[in-house]
Design a protein around this ligand. Structure first.
Ligand code: PLP
Length: 365
């Protein structure tokens, strides 16, 4: 293949550009650049989509997670159990509340291994933050049972999985006490800049979130708690509203088709993402678990195929956390040396998908 197979392609097809430009022009015309009517429209559309009572638009996925934890009054001395495999923002949001992230383990789904959680629970444990890593939902039935048994909050970091469903058709954004989602440009449901959303069914939590979103104020006037500005700008909301209309057809379906093609065409010498019956993965990444990861990555690079390791360093091994986290051996330490994300985005052609599969198979032949 002559051209590079790109891991990501964020360019917007010309035929779609007009739609986004029109949406942005409408915002420029009414001039409510912050908290304009599109913000409320987006919040209403997304609470309907996720089947949550409340949705709040904020400035990023990191802010969404941080505010979710603050709204639950997570603070100094609290311990929050989470996965070791996520973008570092997950652990940092906990740390920014002055709480302590406690890192559990993962299994081959690359999500938190529910069997590794209970032994970590102490009198200080307040919540579990689950991450729907790679675009696949966690085992929420088990997580909800553990949270109920020990009276813990459950916070869903659904940043990578907007649109994912469990076997009962329950959507990402609808699990736990609060859910946080990122809409940064790399995400499956993305804005043209930084953006995030928060979801809950609890009115009290929602009211606290609204206060925290804007400098800890009620009615933009009376400050009752310390907070900064975490508002989403109206231009991003207008883009997200436009994107939502075509998400299924333009993003989710093509990604699912690409993934299915990989499922059938890539050798079983690597472990491919698996799913339960009727479950829906949104393939933020298509992540292989493979032997000789470094050699395979080099080989694919030599064939013009871009790949990524998300993430090379587990959160508990980052300098910020390595001195304080428990050092017992995790399966995650083994798995992280074997994960490789291959291109799966919606702009790939079938030829490119075939070429990637063939190249992987060649490497293992
Ligand atoms: C799992 C996860 N959590 C949180 C974040 C943070 O989101 P943002 O980049 O919008 O701040 C990301 C973004 O990469 C993520 O993948």
């Amino acid at each position: 293949m002559k051209n590079i197979v790109r891991f990501l392609n964020l360019s917007v097809p010309v035929r779609e550009q007009e739609l986004y430009l029109s949406a942005m022009k409408r915002v420029l015309a009414h001039g409510q650049l912050v908290l304009g009517k599109e913000i409320e429209e987006l919040e209403n559309s997304l609470s309907k989509y996720t089947n949550r009572k409340y949705c709040l638009a904020v400035s990023s996925g990191s802010d969404a997670l941080f505010l979710a934890l603050r709204a639950l009054n997570i603070s100094k001395g609290d311990e929050i159990i989470t996965t070791p495999l996520s973008w570092i923002a997950t652990a940092n949001a906990i740390k920014m509340c002055q709480a302590q992230p406690i890192f559990a383990d993962i299994d081959n789904s690359l999500n938190i291994d529910v069997k590794s959680i209970e032994k970590l629970i102490t009198i200080n444990t307040k919540a579990i933050v689950s991450v729907d890593f790679t675009g696949r939902l966690c085992d929420y039935e088990s997580l909800e049972m553990i949270c109920k048994k020990y009276s813990l909050y459950l916070v869903e970091d659904g940043s990578q999985a907007f649109g994912a469903k469990d076997c009962n058709n329950k959507l990402c954004g609808s699990f736990g006490d609060v859910s946080a989602i990122s809409h940064n440009p790399m995400k499956v449901f993305s804005a043209f800049g930084e953006a995030g959303t928060i979801y809950t069914d609890n009115e009290e939590i929602y009211d606290r979130l609204k206060i925290l979103r804007y400098a800890g104020t009620i009615n933009k006037e009376t400050c009752i708690v310390e907070s900064l500005n975490h508002r989403m700008d109206t231009l991003q909301a207008s883009i997200l509203l436009e994107r939502l209309r075509t998400l299924e057809k333009n993003v989710l379906q093509p990604r699912a088709k690409n993934a299915k093609h990989y499922d059938h065409s890539i050798t079983d010498k690597v472990i491919k993402p698996t799913l339960k019956r009727n479950e829906r993965h949104v393939y933020y990444t298509y992540t292989l678990i493979c032997n000789q990861r470094e050699e395979l990555q080099k080989y694919l690079t030599s064939k013009g195929i871009e790949t990524k390791v998300q993430h090379r360093t587990l959160m508990h091994s980052q300098p910020l956390y390595s001195s304080q986290s428990n050092t017992s051996k995790r399966y995650a330490d083994e798995l992280v040396k074997k994960i490789l994300c291959i291109p799966v985005h919606e702009k790939l052609s079938l030829n490119e998908i075939d070429y990637v599969s063939q190249s992987i198979n060649e490497f293992y032949s």
